[in-house]
Design a protein around this ligand. Structure first.
Ligand code: NAG
Length: 361
């Protein structure tokens, strides 16, 4: 045998032996691998089926529970009566305010009957008719009955003022801060009944500076086509009921059993698409009334599955609805929608300067 042949033979042999071992172990490993795969495959399948079914259940449970946590069915007649529009009558109703016009924005201002000073200041400032020549904005004031009654001089003054300006709506519930929820629901009902063709409405308090220009140009028109199911303002998402008995805003566990409030927009001022007036009115049949009007609106929104949108800019980060008092600087105010905390006279003074120069900011 040629030594080389032997070597090559040995090589051949060796390699074949190697090959054999390799093939053997490969098959073996494959078998183990497939066996493992098979058992863990089933374990995986089982795991996913169980997980899937569980997720589905949890989802169904949450979805069923989430929108209606507090009250699963319509309120009793007795509870709903308090905020039902059928319980009250108009003393004056500006029923034709939207008859020959289609406001882009309706500013709805709840105000005490005796607070003629605030109404006068608002008519001279952000509520002035024709403030923006190309945008139809309607300002209306909403009052209940003065504590002093139907025949008081407050009521007589109010009637004179209403005849003169045609911008006061009055309904015959007692005007009181504890009744602000009634007032807000009457506002919603009025909008849904008499001004459905408007695009947006804003509920805004009397002590507020409203930069209508920024609101209309940047937030509403700048946002593109008219929105629906839209409500924006300063969103409070970590609100809790106060249980201390000496708080003006105390809520007992009977009236509000849960420990947290749903997200809501601060009542100082919030803006919503007009469709929500009707929808919030409908939802209010399912939500137990509480005297905090803005929280109550939040509860109605939760019932409707609508989340309020936080009005803010990111660069620079700022709240567009400022619910604290900011020192007046024309250009600071030019980039906010509302600023809070004004007396009527202050509002008039600031407005003069603001209107002159805010466009130059
Ligand atoms: C709220 O209004 C109702 C209906 O007019 C009245 O009965 C009730 O006394 C008012 N609440 C307060 C605190 O004035």
């Amino acid at each position: 045998m040629h030594p080389l042949t032997w070597i090559s033979d040995a090589r051949k042999h060796k390699s074949s032996a190697q090959h054999h071992t390799a093939r053997y172990s490969l098959t073996y490993m494959c078998r183990i691998y497939f066996a493992m795969l098979k058992s863990s495959y089933w374990r995986f399948v089982k795991f996913f089926i169980v997980a899937g079914v569980l997720t589905l259940f949890v989802n169904i449970l949450l979805k069923k529970k989430a929108p209606r946590k507090t009250t699963p069915s319509p309120l009793s007649q007795e509870l709903y009566k308090v905020i039902s529009p059928e319980s009250y009558k108009y003393v004056f109703n500006q029923a034709s305010a939207c008859k020959d016009r289609t406001p882009f924005l309706v500013l709805m201002v709840p105000v005490a009957p005796s607070d003629g000073l605030s109404r006068a200041a608002i008519r001279k400032t952000w509520g002035a008719p024709g403030l923006m020549p190309n945008v139809d904005i309607l300002t209306l004031f909403y009052v209940g009955l003065p504590e002093e009654g139907h025949h008081s001089h407050i009521q007589q003054d109010l009637e004179r003022e209403s005849r003169e300006h045609g911008d006061i709506i009055q309904m015959d519930f007692q005007d009181h801060y504890q009744n602000l929820t009634i007032k807000t629901m009457m506002i919603m009902n009025w909008l849904a009944t008499h001004c459905q063709e408007a695009s947006y409405a804003m509920k805004v308090d009397t002590d507020i500076f409203v930069n209508v220009f920024y609101l209309v140009n940047r937030l509403l028109v700048g946002g593109g086509s008219v929105r629906h199911e839209y409500i924006t303002g300063s969103v409070i998402s970590d609100g809790r009921p106060r249980r201390d008995s000496n708080s003006k805003w105390r809520l007992s566990k009977d009236v509000y059993p849960e420990d947290t409030f749903p997200p809501y927009v601060s009542g100082a001022g919030y803006v919503f698409s007009i469709d929500l007036a009707h929808r919030i009115s409908l939802a209010s049949r399912f939500v137990r009334p509480i005297p905090l009007e803005d929280v109550f609106v939040g509860m109605c929104l939760k019932e409707l599955g609508i989340r309020p949108v936080y009005a803010q800019t990111f660069l620079p980060p700022r709240n567009l609805f400022e619910i604290r008092r900011l020192d007046y600087k024309r250009c600071t105010y030019a980039t906010r929608v509302i600023v809070t905390g004004f007396k009527p006279q202050e509002l008039v003074e600031i407005w003069g300067d603001f209107q002159k120069g805010h466009l130059a900011c």
